[in-house]
Design a protein around this ligand. Sequence first.
Ligand SMILES: O=C(O)CCC(=O)C(=O)O
Length: 225
Amino acid sequence: MEDELFPRARARIAPGAVHVPDWLDTDRQRALLAACRDWARPPAGLRTVRTPEGGTMTARQVCLGWHWYPYAYARTVVDGDGGPVKPFPAWLGELGRRAVTDALGPEAVGGLSYDIALINFYDADARMGMHRDADEKSAAPVVSLSLGDACVFRFGNTESRTRPYTDVELRSGDLFVFGGESRLAYHGVPRVYPGTGPAELGLTGRLNITLRVSGFGRAPTEAPL
Ligand SMILES: O=C(O)CCC(=O)C(=O)O
């Protein structure tokens, strides 16, 4: 992206939904990208997600902490190689708590303990349809971090996949947090802009990391349910 005359301003997109541009500096983006590359390796690595309707998601995904598949969570990659889901690192939970504090204020973070990460990789043609993050049992805010190519992030309403919605351009290093009244808002990625990521990052495509609180009560590394 070309330098702009003025820095992009943070914006409240809906009640409880905030966009914070350039939240991660270049070093932190590099470190997060290196971690994503590690997580993407098998076993329990990046996979193509198949929907019960017989379709496939164009963004490929890897999970930490709990494995998401349409439309539930498991401790193992039940729709892939069957391996145990990779652990959710404590440092990523701390990053999530800092993100919520910065976006929504210290009162919003309370005793939040993030324990799920969904990492989506978008190549130039990948998209994500309008959906709600509704398979968790917690109402804690969702934290979204973007790396690489810019995209259109469509943030809608809690009633339907259609208008009203707001299109926000998410770029590498941006943070988007949605909680409170907006926690169950429909959202999606209708478009990625290929070749727009920062050259110094060395990523072709786009990565998005969403952090969530499961509310399931136990970490997957503990005794089986
Ligand atoms: O890629 C994004 O920015 C959105 C990802 C998303 O909606 C999800 O993981 O549920």
